[in-house]
Design a protein around this ligand. Structure first.
Ligand code: NDP
Length: 311
């Protein structure tokens, strides 16, 4: 094979920042931004949010597909060449953004900010008791790169922290729960629930009435996973019954929500337009270059997706 092309198919403005890093750090690699693909036979690596269809026919020598974002749920695995390695984005910029967002959201719920906002709108000056962080139980669904990262400052602030994942983890200062059997106990002790699960067949519709019924009355929800994990009607019912006190939603289904959707104007719902964190081009390009080095050296790439699991 002749020269190697790294093809980028995502936001072109950020792509130019990737290009700069590649030019400096890997001058032998031809970095191209879609739709300027050059010779398709030279494309061995592709970074994309949405890959083009018919990958195998279009790029017969493609060796790795990198997601330009943290999730890979936007990929149709059935349409990808079966043995193509898929790598999700694990980079410090995404982690930092998520840590800021979740810390802010948890602190806001902990210190009753949504309630003070409602009181302000009603012209009410009414102090509520201040609970120490140690009396507030925070629970994080998903103990991956983001779940573990958001827990560190929450532990530091003194919250009573727990996490839940498929396999067992050990995280300092965090009560770790694993698997379906331990989910009810995890939920029963959680005053503020943070969802950082990837979207897969087993997490679609996961935040539903049954799950909400296992939380303490008045629990808070911070949803930063993916929109289709939440059953909207069940959240509205849980808010109406007071099972959930307030919800902070950064992701919805669809995005944006239709103008008439109840979440837009619900007094107990705070919406943000999927901005909890974003891939930072400069650090992302460095991480991908490191993965290319690993790939060429036959070492495992960071963020390699288990396609059977879906994340
Ligand atoms: P990881 O793959 O590192 O971690 C996923 C975690 O979820 C793991 O702990 C995994 O368990 C757990 N998990 C997955 N499926 C299940 C299941 N069925 N039951 C129990 N636990 C499960 O992902 P990241 O931490 O990097 O990212 C998580 C998600 O955050 C992304 O997939 C994306 O959807 C979302 N995200 C949202 C952003 C936003 O701006 N709102 C930005 C970036 C990401 P185990 O450890 O046992 O494998």
């Amino acid at each position: 094979m002749g020269a190697t092309t790294f093809l980028y198919k995502s936001d072109p403005v950020r792509g130019r920042q990737w290009a700069e890093v590649f030019r400096r750090r890997a001058p032998g690699l031809e970095f191209r931004i879609w739709p300027d693909i050059g010779d398709p036979a030279q494309v061995r690596f592709l970074a994309a949010w949405e890959p083009p269809p018919h990958l195998a026919e279009r790029f017969p020598n493609l060796e790795v597909l990198f997601s330009s974002g943290a999730g890979v749920d936007q990929f149709d695995f059935g349409a990808l060449p079966p043995d193509l390695p898929v790598v999700r984005m694990v980079e410090p910029g995404i982690v930092r953004g998520m840590v800021e967002y979740v810390t802010h959201a948890v602190l806001g719920l902990h210190r009753d900010m949504p309630r003070y906002r409602r009181q302000q709108q009603e012209g009410q000056w009414r102090p509520l008791p201040v609970r120490p962080a140690g009396e507030r139980r925070v629970g994080v669904l998903g103990l991956g790169s983001l779940g573990q990262a958001v827990l560190a400052p929450l532990v530091g602030l003194g919250f009573d922290c727990a996490g839940w994942s498929r396999s067992r983890h050990a995280v300092e200062g965090v009560q770790c729960h694993a698997g379906a059997d331990e989910l009810p106990a995890f939920l029963a002790r959680t005053d503020i629930l943070v969802c950082l699960l990837p979207l897969t067949d087993s997490t679609r519709g996961f935040l539903d009435a049954r799950l909400f019924s296992m939380l303490p009355q008045g629990a808070g929800l911070v949803h930063v996973g993916r929109g289709p994990q939440l059953v909207d009607a069940d959240l509205l019912a849980a808010l109406a019954s007071g099972r959930i006190g307030d919800a902070v939603l950064d992701v919805t289904d669809p995005e944006p929500l239709p103008p008439a959707h109840a979440f837009w104007r619900h007094p107990c719902v705070q919406l943000t337009p999927h901005i909890a964190s974003m891939t930072q081009p400069l650090s992302a390009a460095e991480v991908v270059l490191d993965n290319l080095r690993r790939f060429e050296a036959g070492e495992p790439m960071l963020g390699l997706v288990d396609r059977a699991r879906g994340y």
